[in-house]
Design a protein around this ligand. Structure first.
Ligand SMILES: C[S@@+](CC[C@H](N)C(=O)[O-])C[C@H]1O[C@@H](n2cnc3c(N)ncnc32)[C@H](O)[C@@H]1O
Length: 360
């Protein structure tokens, strides 16, 4: 028995936890390297290839061989990439390529690994918040909107037609006929632009307070030659719209608001009498103990602490946090005047709950 703070501790318990900590270090290291593999295109060039040397790999990707070889070292010892020591060649197994390449979208988990480096940028600021309160402004997270757009391409855009729109009966038909749609916290506007392209008779407004994100949305609309979209830089707490929209969407955009109650009330006010609010937000319970079995709960609380809660608190906001949860979400929707609320979970998306809310 070891003794810590006058308490007897079983050595096997210490060893077991030590092993878990080691696994965490390995996982954290590989997450960072997988993110780099994604950004440099290394997984894409290795996918479907016969075994390559580090020189061939670097050449094919247009990268520096010494860095590529070190990255391969992490990938091989992490059992992500296979290595033949005789020929000194590397190969990405097809089963791994199925989860690590751009061709694998929407299953590409390498894109999601980018979050750790994005969040790591603000660690000093977050530590300061632990001491002094406050938060970290959106502007301190470089690449946020770029990585978010990739995430959105996987969770929202790829599933929009087959899974998300069918959650609202007849919505496809109404969009075909021509309705007014607003996306609140639209980010880089990939979902909105896809809707606009598919339903040319409908009119689409994207609102976000980030100039950078709105410019990305406008650019995409220009690239696609769309004339039925409008992107507006605006605080979602001051939508200032009355009975104008048939459909309002918010994809992953309510929990990190400064004043989420005002945003929800503004959305309700902006909807026509038979309008629908379709909200995608994080799948969690409002009660910590009920999140214990969720395999992604530590990730959710981490993203919350390092971003979602913090960006809200930076403006003296509500700081709901990523795991505000289904219970509180429904309560806030009711308080905003939505009398009819249905919750849906989609097989492809363990991260989110989909709410279909009407005035009722
Ligand atoms: C997590 S991102 C989601 C973006 C997009 N809906 C998507 O799925 O890719 C949240 C978005 O809400 C926007 N946002 C946060 N607070 C806002 C506010 N007060 N007014 C308008 N937009 C806001 C952010 O700029 C960001 O683009």
């Amino acid at each position: 028995m070891a003794t810590i703070h006058d308490t007897q501790v079983a050595p096997q318990d210490v060893e077991a936890f030590g092993n878990r900590l080691l696994e965490m270090m390995t996982g954290a290291s590989l997450a960072m390297m997988i993110s780099i593999g994604h950004r440099t295109g290394l997984f894409d060039v290795l996918a479907g290839e016969s075994p390559l040397t580090s020189y061939q790999t670097a050449d094919k990707a247009g990268l520096n061989e010494r860095y590529v070889r070190e990255w391969l070292g992490a990938m091989v010892t992490g059992r992500v990439i296979d290595y033949d020591s005789e020929t000194q060649t590397y190969q990405l197994p097809d089963a791994h390529a199925a989860l690590l390449t751009r061709a694998a979208t929407p299953e590409n988990m390498a894109a999601t690994m980018q979050w750790f480096a994005v969040l790591g940028q603000v660690e000093d600021r977050i530590v300061d918040c632990f001491h002094n309160g406050g938060g970290v402004h959106y502007s301190h997270y470089s690449r946020f909107h770029e990585v978010m757009a990739e995430e959105s391409a996987q969770t929202v855009v790829a599933a929009l037609h087959d899974h998300i729109l069918p959650l609202v009966p007849d919505l496809g038909d109404r969009l075909q006929e021509g309705i007014d749609v607003m996306d609140v916290g639209c980010g880089a506007g990939r979902a909105l632009n896809l809707l606009a392209e598919t339903f040319p008779s409908s009119r689409f407004v994207g609102v976000d307070f980030s100039e950078e994100a709105i410019e990305m949305g406008r650019q995409l609309a220009r690239d696609r030659g769309l004339t039925n979209t409008e992107f507006i830089v605006r605080d979602a707490a001051q939508l200032g719209e009355t009975v104008r929209f048939d459909l309002i969407t918010a994809f992953d955009a309510i929990h990190d608001q400064i004043d989420p109650a005002a945003v929800l009330a503004g959305i309700r006010q902006a909807l026509r009498r038979d309008g629908v609010f379709l909200m995608q937000d994080i799948a969690a319970s409002s009660h910590l103990h009920e999140n214990l079995e969720s395999p992604i709960a530590p990730l959710l609380y981490t993203i919350s602490c390092m971003h979602c809660m913090s960006v809200s608190l930076a403006n003296d906001g509500a700081g709901l946090g990523t795991c505000w949860g289904e219970e509180l979400a429904q309560e806030m929707l009711r308080d905003a005047g939505f009398g009819e609320i249905a919750l849906h979970h989609l097989d492809h998306d363990i991260m989110n709950t989909y709410y279909v809310a009407r005035q009722g």
